[in-house]
Design a protein around this ligand. Sequence first.
Ligand code: EPU
Length: 301
Amino acid sequence: MRIQDVKILSALPDLGIDRLEGASMSDYTSLGIGGSTDLLLIKRHASIPDLVRMLESAGYPFKFLGGGSNVLIRDGELPWVMLHLVKPEPEVRLDGNFAYVDAAADLGRTVTFCAKNNLGGMEGLIGVPGTVGGALRMNAGAYGIQIGSYVREVELYRAQTRSLVTLKGDEIHFEYRHTSFAHDDIMLAVKLELPSKPFKEILDGIRICNEKRRNSQPLNQKSAGCIFKNPPGGSTGRMLDELGLKGFHVGDARVSDRHANFFVNAGNATAAQMLSLIDTVRERVRESYGITLEEEVVIWK
Ligand code: EPU
């Protein structure tokens, strides 16, 4: 979708917003899949309410894109405008055991920055791609830890009231890959409280997690991580593996040979191919195990 409204176009510079016309979402997602649309790069959180008001009154639908590492976006010209937060400098500010982190900050860099300052706890998240905002939104977790455990405060844009809101940690519920944020809340910044630990000790934890990940996940291929959630008490990766689905593909959308719950773009996969692969695999699991898998990846179609 291209913004034609002259009033909006002329207001963007004053709001600190850059527009990339017809940006291909395949360049902004770890899957390398997605159609084209105008991408608005937001440099000031305070501009969001005005921007949203203008887009809504001119009838432009929009979506917020974070790090693009856990999303499957449809092909073709997209029927919405994409909004994206630009990282500020610095992305992280420390005060004792508290880390104040911008939602646009890279998760891995945040974990290492905190580690270098002897703040640990998030070692397991080191290889999780994407932004802190994205991790927060879905309570990203790995190797027994989840980001929600460290959250003390979140600043967000609340679409329901069209305003910027601050929530205390105990006002938010974090569950397995799920949070109590409204579906249209936009994460802006977070205050984390992290345990003090010597850098060397954190580094050892990081090395162990990195190695486990390298051995079990296709890190050098385009993917959005795990496609499905694990069912309670079960393992989707193991089920798909047992069904012999590794290597199964629809065009260039392929079940990874390394971890069966990772679906990779092995060349020029389209969203249509990836969606067809997801549906086919889900159906196979339903027939064989009587379980209907829920997507872990966010799908915009
Ligand atoms: N397994 C197989 N074959 C496979 C894949 C896995 O037999 O192709 C077996 C493994 O051997 C293991 C079990 O299944 O016994 C579980 O596998 P793994 O340890 O890789 O963990 P997972 O449950 O598949 C979860 C998260 C990952 C996270 C890892 C590590 C979900 C859906 N996945 O994977 O998160 O990195 O644990 O903590 O919760 C993601 O969210 O995108 C993601 C990759």
